[in-house]
Every structure is written in structure tokens, then in C-alpha cells.
Design a binder for this molecule. Structure first.
Ligand code: C5P
Length: 247
């Protein structure tokens, strides 16, 4: 990934929408996040095209299956040349270890191995749902901390979490862990105009210990995406300084 640059969430339905957006950045290499919608629609052809254009890809598929299946899937994803991937920490330590084995086995020689991130509890899940539907009897905060520690102890390189949870988690899982935070908004974006509730600014996210911010709609729906990207990047870097994660 390119250090200190926001990861743009390409939450588009298809490649036409995706490239209409990216063409506004001339030929600038970007950190971009491809999620399930775009990947399931366009597959590896799209990944290959984005890589050829010099972009760095966070492929956010949130794998969660038996260890053997996750290991095989990660081996394939690593061979595609993506830079970051995700699993659900709730898959358990054996699944996370298997994911790491798969990435190590599939990584392209001479390139950095993909960064393995774990998702703790989905931010869409409330404490009440977690306790009453999933029968997890602890607080949401304790569960998030526990899953983060489990993931790191099992070989994950970092976690995806809310920027508001980042300081506490950084404390618990150590400064070597890569913290990636969505839920980023700045003052020119009307807070409350979409489904994100636990949000903060790029500057505050950096202060909170975020290594990478993921920004979607504030950039993709902006009248001037390139300018908004630069604004977000500058605000993040005011605090961030030189990052150690540059691959
Ligand atoms: O448009 P917005 O900036 O809210 O996009 C944030 C991106 O981060 C989306 O792709 C969303 O799915 C993702 N995400 C999130 N919260 C999480 C994990 C991922 O918003 N806990």
C-alpha cells in the first residue's frame, strides 16, 4: 500500500462506474478497496486491470469458513497480487492461522506478502443483538478487544475497526499491529446523511492511531473527488507523519 494515503472504497456496482470514477484521477496510483459487490460482479479481470494501472488493492471479502477452505482461498487471492485481505476474527484461531498460511504460500515472489486484517464485531451489530441473538454474554467492547487479541495472537497483521475504538485496541494489541479504520468524515460532508454513525475526521483518526483510513462516499460522491482525496490525505498526514507501512 502507499503509505499515508487514504484507501478509497470503490463501492460501485460495476467496472464502468468504477472507471468513470477513477478516470478523474488521471493516472495517479491509488490505494483502493474492492468489496464483495464489485468483486462478485467483475471478478479477477477487474483486479488485474486495476493492478496494471498501478493501484494497490485492499480486497475486502471478509472470509469466514473452515480453515482448509480459507487457506486455499487465501492462497489464490495472494497469487493475484492484492495488498490487503480480510477475515472475520469470529472464525477462530485455527481459521486465522490457516489464512496466514495460505497467504504465505500464494504470495508472488519478490513482492510483499498481502497484509492479513481481521474484522472483529461488525459495526452494524448492536450489543443487544450480540448478546441476545448470538448469545455472547460480554459487552461489545470486551468482545471487540478479545477478538482483536485473538486475531493478532493467531498471526493477523492488523485489524479493521472504528476510529473511535482504535486507541484502546492499539493499547491492547501493540503498536506493531496495523489499524485500518473506515467511518471517516470531514466537516464538509454532512454527518448523519448516510448509515455511518461512529465517525471521525482523518486528522482525529491519525491521532487515534489509525495506520490507514478507508474513505468511500465523502470522496466517491464529491463534486470534485480528486480535490476531496487531497484534502483527506493532507488532514490525515498532518498528524500521521511518515508511516512504516509502505508496500
Ligand atoms: O462510504 P463510506 O466512507 O462509509 O465507506 C466505508 C467503507 O468501509 C465501505 O466500503 C464499508 O463497507 C466499509 N466498512 C465500514 N465499516 C466496517 C467495515 C468496513 O464502513 N466496520
Amino acid at each position: 500500500m502507499i503509505a499515508s494515503c487514504p484507501i478509497i472504497a470503490l463501492d460501485f456496482a460495476n467496472r464502468e462506474e468504477c472507471f468513470t470514477f477513477l478516470n478523474q484521477f488521471d493516472n495517479q496510483a491509488l490505494n483502493i478497496k474492492v468489496g464483495m459487490e464489485l468483486y462478485y460482479q467483475e471478478g479477477n479481470d477487474l483486479i488485474d486491470t486495476l493492478l496494471l494501472k498501478g493501484h494497490h488493492i485492499f480486497l475486502d471479502l471478509k472470509l469466514h469458513d473452515i480453515p482448509h477452505t480459507v487457506e486455499s482461498a487465501m492462497k489464490i487471492l495472494a497469487s493475484k497480487g492484492v495488498s490487503m485481505v480480510t477475515v472475520h476474527a469470529s472464525g477462530g484461531s485455527e481459521m486465522i492461522k490457516a489464512a496466514k498460511r495460505g497467504l504465505n504460500a500464494g504470495a508472488i515472489q519478490g513482492q510483499p506478502k498481502p497484509i492479513l486484517l481481521a474484522v472483529t464485531q461488525l459495526t452494524s451489530l448492536s450489543q443487544q443483538e450480540m448478546q441476545e441473538e448470538l448469545l455472547i454474554p460480554v459487552t461489545l467492547k470486551d468482545s471487540v478487544q478479545h477478538y482483536a487479541q485473538l486475531a493478532m495472537a493467531s498471526g493477523a497483521d492488523g485489524i479493521v475497526c472504528s476510529p473511535l475504538e482504535a486507541p484502546l485496541l492499539k493499547d491492547r494489541i501493540g503498536t506493531g499491529a496495523i489499524i485500518v479504520t473506515p467511518g471517516i468524515r470531514n466537516s464538509s460532508y454532512v454527518v448523519g446523511s448516510d448509515d455511518q454513525t461512529r465517525v471521525t475526521t482523518p486528522y482525529q483518526a491519525a491521532l487515534n492511531g489509525s495506520d490507514f483510513i478507508v474513505v468511500g462516499r465523502p470522496i466517491t460522491q464529491s463534486d470534485n473527488p480528486q480535490r476531496m482525496y487531497e484534502v483527506m490525505k493532507d488532514a490525515f498526514n498532518k498528524e500521521q507523519g511518515e508511516s512504516k507501512w509502505n508496500n
